[in-house]
Write a protein that binds this ligand. Structure first.
Ligand code: AMP
Length: 541
């Protein structure tokens, strides 16, 4: 017997249509230079319709890919809906990728139109000769500046000439809506293609109170870029529930963010740990009223326990730790404590909150050993995390590497984890970042987090260095806070670690560097350090 419910397609169009009807006065705020630009949902929706007309006039048809090369801003949000709702596929490009990878991605996705922020034009001009498939460039501003791109149009001029009525087509919920490429560490980036259905379900997932819990009363500031897994899906859920959106544009320094939170009374923000380490450092010297903020979602890399603890105790700011991946839209796990865990001593609660957390409804997990057996949920045994669910990719876009990652209906994440009896996942390391010392494994993440909890340390990365006897041993690369550049010593760091780690787990050496290199999405880029210190000779212990 079948259920007798409507076969109602899960597409973005009803989300676009309900926003102006139900939340017409809610705002999209963008920081542009020294001013704040404001647009209500009532003003935004007709502009989305105009944009859909423009796209059609530029020759965009169902299934065509439309690229964006832009900061987090209101025009980008217009593209986020106009492109998929007229049946095409939105492809935000990572602004920080090297030119060869950008050209690869644009050609691999076969982008036919490319929208670019005026300040970012030079990067695209440099590539233009390699982009055979791009038929139009659109500069996201009032007029076209001096440029070598052709044919090129100004966003506002195109919109002015277009009708604000557009008959959005009936779409299949499995039609592609958007695509993002993973920030690959080796080889070319891999394309992930999201469907309307996966984005709608993922948005509902983000709205659940046990995950991000985003609702109408929120003012959300996504600091995670709109090219990094669609700003973790935040733009979609905000339009769905009618939350205000605040976009920092290119202004992402800690002071810019603190000022925006204060001025716009932001209630929820999200980004990678390095951003919030920077903000915490700023708060040590300058005062801001951040009392409106009830949640800071931190993910993309491990949120160190001391960050969660200090933000809460010293500044009353609640960090919620979450884990995800480009292949997962990205929501996977969220670390909110269960009712019984709220009775635990404070330090145990913080330790649990520093884990990556429980899989959200919709995401199924298991951890597997090298022999292909599931490891027990004992909080101790390591295994590779595998996942499946309705917003998880089933293959990469036109890429033969799919076979390595997708097997038997599961996606192999490449993250090594433990899962405890309550179901809390803890990421031990990326497979390739584990330090394999003798027969034992040392988690570089644990060491890094402990080192960064030293009050005189700004950042730290731990890498494996070849060792004649033990195969690999840990090397700690530490960035002292500016005031302690000349005084912090190797001994200080090792003393700090000694209480928490067995002596065989301690780094064999500690070196001081100016900054930890970052990837294009702001995570620690350990492959650069590994290459730099490949031949490093560790001292005798
Ligand atoms: P990306 O697809 O660029 O978002 O990268 C996904 C990878 O980032 C995951 O496979 C993890 O290795 C890492 N990652 C994401 N969130 C976390 C987190 N909360 N803690 C530790 N690692 C994380």
């Amino acid at each position: 017997m079948q259920g007798l419910m409507m076969d109602y397609p899960l597409t973005l169009t009803p989300i676009l249509e309900r926003a102006p009807k139900l939340f017409g006065n809610k705002e999209i705020v963008t920081k542009a230079g020294t001013t704040l630009e404001r647009e209500t949902f009532a003003e935004w929706a007709p502009r989305v319709a105009r944009l859909a007309n423009v796209l059609e006039k530029l020759g965009v048809r169902r299934g065509d890919r439309v690229a964006t090369f832009a900061w987090n801003n209101a025009r980008h949000l217009e593209l986020y809906f106009a492109v998929p709702c007229m049946g095409a596929v939105l492809h935000p490009l990572n602004l920080r990728l090297p030119a060869d990878q950008l050209a690869y991605i644009i050609n691999h996705a076969q982008d036919s139109v490319l929208f670019v922020d005026p300040t970012l034009l030079p990067a695209i001009e440099k590539l233009a000769s390699q982009l055979k498939g791009v038929k139009h460039f659109v500069v996201m501003g009032d007029t076209v500046p001096e440029t070598t791109l052709a044919p090129v149009h100004a966003y506002e001029e195109l919109l002015r000439g277009a009708s604000d009525a557009y008959p959005f087509p009936q779409l299949d919920e499995n039609d592609a809506a958007g695509m993002c490429y993973t920030s690959g560490t080796t080889g070319n980036p891999k394309g992930v293609v999201y469907s309307h259905r996966s984005i709608v379900l993922h948005s509902m997932g983000l709205a659940m109170t046990s995950s991000f819990g985003i609702r109408e009363s929120d003012t959300v500031m996504p600091v995670v870029p709109m090219f990094h897994v669609m700003a973790w899906g935040l733009p979609f859920v905000c339009v769905m529930v009618g939350a205000n959106l605040v976009f920092p544009g290119p202004h992402m320094q800690p002071r810019d963010l603190a000022e925006l939170i204060q001025a716009e009374r932001v209630t929820l923000t999200a980004g990678v740990p390095t951003l919030w380490l920077g903000l915490m450092n700023l708060l040590e010297h300058e005062r801001y009223d951040l009392s409106s903020l009830h949640t800071m979602i931190v993910g993309g890399s491990a949120a160190p326990q001391f960050l969660i603890e200090k933000m809460q105790k010293q500044y009353g700011l609640q960090i919620i730790h979450a884990w995800g991946m480009t292949e997962m839209s990205p929501l996977g796990t969220v670390s909110r404590l269960k009712k019984a865990q709220l009775q635990l001593p404070e330090t145990e609660q913080f330790a649990l909150r520093a884990k990556q957390g429980l899989p959200v409804p919709g995401v199924e997990i298991r951890a597997m050993d090298d022999m292909g057996n599931e490891v027990p949920w004992d909080g101790k045994t390591f295994g590779e995390l595998q996942v499946r669910g309705p917003w998880i990719a089933r293959e990469y876009y036109r890429d033969e590497r799919s076979a390595d990652s997708f097997r038997d209906g599961w996606f192999r994440t490449g993250d090594v984890v433990t899962i405890d009896a309550e179901g809390f996942v803890q990421i031990v390391d990326r497979t390739k970042d584990l330090v394999k010392s003798g027969g034992e494994w040392i988690s570089s993440v644990d060491l890094e987090n402990a080192i960064m909890s030293h009050p005189q340390v700004l950042e730290a990365a731990v890498i494996a260095v070849a060792h004649p006897k033990w195969q690999e041993r840990p090397l700690a690369c530490v960035v002292p806070k500016p005031d302690f550049k000349d005084t912090l010593t190797k001994k200080d760091i090792l003393e700090h670690l000694r209480a928490r780690f067995a002596s065989w787990e301690l780094p064999d050496d500690v070196i001081f560097i100016d900054a930890v290199p970052k990837t294009s999405v702001g995570k620690f880029d350990k492959k650069v350090l590994r290459a730099q210190y490949r031949d490093y000779i560790l001292p005798e212990r």
